[in-house]
Design a protein around this ligand. Structure first.
Ligand SMILES: Nc1nc2c(ncn2[C@@H]2O[C@H](COP(=O)(O)OP(=O)(O)OP(=O)(O)O)[C@@H](O)[C@H]2O)c(=O)[nH]1
Ligand SMILES: [Mg+2]
Length: 304
């Protein structure tokens, strides 16, 4: 059976939706009451919207206390909070070559996401190259090479090099010569508290912007959705080091913390761009605020 990406997103948000639904049941078609608002506040917090976003939504909803159809109002407030202009379409028509560097803490899903993105862009008809710039973990390049074979994508790396910036430089030279549309750069995992490793991504960023001004450089950060509120600290630290253009929220399958999308955007101003929902190449969904909010709120039962 072929599932649309909306079906997949809906499936991956099942647990978050179930967490929210107990509070939502009390709102359906109802006017707001002190009890229902308190219950909603609790479920928004459990779903990892965080104190700041939850307060903002609750305070707005309280103003509608004499109106009914509260669920629809909640939907509008949530949507307003995370609607981001979608630059992807303008970038896709832009003829400039793109270099997308994927950074993040160890094990958050960088290499898998690089492979998924390669398949995603390749399916859109783009020429894609994978650059394996994780020179720390012995098996890292091999892992990416295997993905490149599965996805039938060009791959460059240098297993004997210990310098990720040098691998990156060679990779982009090759991409330039081959007129590749999108180069996807896999980097080593690093804890946001390790100063030297963090400084290294800044260096890699500089290599691209100084030596390859023709490339449109984007940095995407992988965050494990299971971390919930703790992922905000990681995002903030990485964003202090290099400008993070977007988040890939991984492992959304299997977590009830789907509300984390809201504080990431509201508190850090970084949009979620993709959502990882499994371990295979097509388990990646392009983020869309409306689909996201609808998948969070509506199941067969509470759809109004
Ligand atoms: N369920 C699920 N698993 C995922 C997802 N993304 C990645 N994984 C799994 O998470 C594990 C780590 O993924 P990697 O892509 O190797 O993570 P990484 O960030 O490259 O790891 P390091 O290079 O060691 O820092 C693997 O077992 C992946 O299959 C996802 O969206 N959902
Ligand atoms: Mg990796």
């Amino acid at each position: 059976m072929v599932f649309s990406s909306l079906d997949k997103l809906f499936g991956s948000l099942k647990r978050t939706r179930e967490t929210l639904s107990s509070g939502l049941k009390n709102l359906k078609g109802k006017k707001i009451s002190a009890e229902s608002i308190e219950e909603l506040e609790t479920v928004l917090l459990i779903s990892d919207l965080g104190v700041y976003c939850t307060d903002e939504i609750i305070n707005k909803l309280k103003k509608y206390s004499n109106k009914s159809n509260l669920l629809e109002m909640l939907r509008n407030e949530l949507l307003e909070m995370i609607t981001v202009m979608d630059e992807e379409n303008s970038l896709q028509t832009n003829r400039k070559a793109r270099a997308i560097m994927i950074v993040g803490v160890n094990g958050t899903g960088k290499t898998t996401s690089v492979a998924k993105l390669a398949a995603y862009y390749s399916n859109l008809g783009k020429s894609v190259m994978l650059i394996g710039a994780d020179t720390y973990r012995a098996a890292a390049a091999e892992q990416l090479r295997q993905w490149s074979v599965t996805a039938n994508i060009q791959f460059v790396s240098n297993e004997s090099s210990g310098d990720p910036s040098a691998v990156l430089f060679d990779g982009l030279k090759s991409a330039q010569a081959k007129e590749i549309d999108i180069s996807l750069i896999d980097t080593a995992g690093r804890l946001h508290t390790y100063k030297n490793l963090m400084a290294e991504i800044e260096k890699m960023h500089r290599v691209v912007s100084r030596k390859f001004p023709d490339f449109q450089l984007e940095t995407l950060l992988t965050l494990d959705a299971n971390l919930g509120q703790n992922s905000l600290i990681q995002a903030r630290k990485f964003h202090e080091q290099v400008p993070v253009d977007g988040i890939i929220l991984t492992k959304m399958d299997g977590t009830a913390k789907g509300g984390i999308v809201f504080p990431i955007y509201k508190e850090l101003g970084i949009p979620v761009k993709f959502i990882g929902i499994g371990e295979t190449l097509d388990d990646l969904v392009k983020y869309n605020a409306e689909d996201y909010v609808n998948s969070l709120l509506y199941d067969g039962e509470n759809k109004e």
